[in-house]
Design a binder for this molecule. Structure first.
Ligand code: FAD
Ligand code: NAI
Length: 465
């Protein structure tokens, strides 16, 4: 058994842990990073990056099928599922090896193994050898894991979770998705864009319960066009094998109904991952459902132990985990920093995309917050017409008294890019007047933001506000 001392021990090398490691090492701390499975964590290996690689292939395939409007014809485009998965793996591997290289260059000592607390100060790492580490400060960044339904048939071979589906090379005749949350809807659009009929079974009255009702309602139109059938208010009860496929039985409005599917994705949420971490040997306040409790500085109740990312169960977003990593390290370095969640952007990579930042309209209504709102149709923008994106729109919310932007939402193509400007504006309390005074390049879809800022003042040029 080896013994080690370090300034900072970080457990988990996802976007929370690896970012915190590099940031701390660049500022002179000796950093030991422990990872039990893969550098890059869920996000790089089985989350954000691989799913978006599949989204890109699926969207390109759809574009090829509909190029006539652009004066181009492609005869019988085809795809190869094995090649799609292979290119996804190449992207992921390149990114992961890049991170491993940076960790090494910045002298982060990376140990492969499972970390477990023996008490509030001592952590044991079980890898190729056993290492006991004491550290001045510790950051827990162990992420989250897929939840599973306790129903008969959930272990059948045709039922995969998101990790399993990311490596599936079979082209199924049909896909059923249990859970219409973010993972479920992104995969539904990937498979449907590849021409596979998809049925989504959601427990709640609507899919994407985390976004404004208006967005999930609007997405249904696009889902239908792609042959995605959505069943809401349905409780899945059991799954039974029939040959190589399966029958899913669910209860809906006090009736039992069933559908058959060739392949099933189970995407019913993710829970904080504290498995095997030995938290019972510490005084850290935690529980299985809500993870590790932290204050606004990301500190647990044990003053030298911090927690960041999905394990805190505050947000399940990679960029939040990374930002929390930087704030935690700043606090360890003696700078007093607090997390500010008022401008957290989120992008859902369906087709069209949905992006939000700041307060939503539903939130303002539910909490009686007064706001001014403007909706800018993409059809008012030249570049959006070129991009065949005229069905989308951008929505801005502002404080009527201060004129500060408080919320931004985009439904449509390029939402992932437009949301960045709105995030900068909201984070920095910019007013619609300041946005009006900003020049946006032409012809770009970013002009929609200027148009929205003008519209909040009833001065929109390209549409009737
Ligand atoms: P993780 O990335 O989960 O990393 C935690 C790491 O800790 C893991 O590598 C794990 O092996 C390691 N670990 C756990 N326990 C121990 C231990 N005891 N000892 C040593 N190591 C340990 N977010 C977005 O922002 N955008 C997206 O597009 C997006 N897409 C997603 C798609 C899918 C299919 C999934 C599943 C998630 C997606 N997410 C997305 C969410 C995103 O992946 C997570 O929010 C993010 O990975 C959280 O980062 P983290 O560092 O907290 O944890
Ligand atoms: P989720 O919480 O977003 O959605 C789970 C869905 O499953 C919910 O709609 C829920 O009502 C439904 N559900 C639960 N039990 C059910 C049952 N028995 N039958 C039918 N439906 C049931 O969780 P999801 O989709 O697993 O994603 C986890 C997190 O990962 C997301 O919340 C998000 O933060 C992150 N993520 C982010 C992405 C992005 O930023 N683009 C992409 C994918 C994931």
């Amino acid at each position: 058994m080896l013994e080690k001392q370090t300034d900072l021990l970080i457990i988990g090398a996802g976007p929370g842990g690896y970012v915190a490691s590099i940031y701390a090492a660049k500022q002179g701390l000796s950093v030991t990073l422990v990872e039990k499975e893969y550098i890059g964590g869920t996000c790089l290996n089985v989350g954000c990056i691989p799913t978006k690689a599949l989204v890109k292939s699926a969207e390109l395939y759809q574009e090829l099928l509909h190029l006539e409007n652009k004066g181009i014809s492609v005869v019988n485009p085809e795809y190869d599922m094995t090649a799609i998965i292979e290119q996804k793996n190449q992207i992921k591997d390149k990114l992961v090896s890049g991170i491993a290289y940076l960790l090494e260059k910045y002298n982060v000592e990376t140990i492969q193994g499972t970390a477990s607390f023996l008490d509030d100060h001592l952590v044991e790492i079980n890898g190729s050898e056993v290492v006991r580490v004491t550290a001045k400060d510790i950051i827990i960044a162990t992420g989250s894991k897929n939840k599973h339904l306790p129903i008969p048939g959930i272990d059948l071979e045709v039922v995969l979770d998101s990790t399993g589906l990311l490596n599936n090379t079979k082209v199924p005749k049909s896909l059923a998705v249990i859970g219409g949350g973010v993972i479920g809807m992104e995969f539904a659009f990937i498979y449907a864009s590849l021409g596979i009929p998809v049925t989504v079974i959601e427990f709640l009255p609507r899919v994407l319960p985390g976004v404004d009702k208006e967005f999930s309602a609007r997405l249904l139109r696009y889902a239908k066009q792609l042959n995605i059938d959505i069943i809401t208010q349905a409780k899945v009860l059991k799954i039974e094998a029939v040959g190589e496929a399966a029958i899913i039985t669910y209860e809906r409005k006090e009736k039992f109904e069933s559908i058959e599917a060739d392949l099933i994705l189970e995407a019913v949420g993710r829970a904080p991952n504290i498995d095997g971490l030995g938290l019972g040997n510490t005084s850290i306040i935690h529980d299985l459902r809500s993870g590790i409790k932290v204050n606004s500085k990301l500190q647990t109740n044990v003053h030298h132990i911090y927690a960041i990312g999905d394990v805190t169960n505050l947000y399940q977003l990679a960029h939040v985990a990374s930002h929390q990593g930087i704030v935690a390290v700043d606090n360890i370095l003696g700078k007093t920093k607090e997390m500010d969640y008022s401008a957290v952007p989120a992008v859902i990579f369906t087709s069209p995309q949905i992006a939000t930042v700041g307060k939503t309209e539903d939130y303002c209504k539910d909490n009686e917050i007064s706001y001014d709102v403007i909706k800018v149709p993409f059809s008012a923008n030249g570049k959006a017409l070129i991009m065949e994106a005229e069905a989308g729109y951008l929505k801005l919310l502002a404080n009527p008294t201060t004129k500060e932007l408080i919320g931004g939402m985009i439904f449509g193509k390029e939402a992932e890019y437009l949301i960045a400007t709105l995030t900068v504006a909201i984070q920095n309390h910019l007013t619609w007047e300041q946005l009006q005074e900003t020049i946006f390049a032409h012809p770009t879809m970013s002009e929609l933001i200027h148009e929205g800022a003008m519209g909040l003042d009833h001065l929109a040029i390209h549409f009737m506000d």
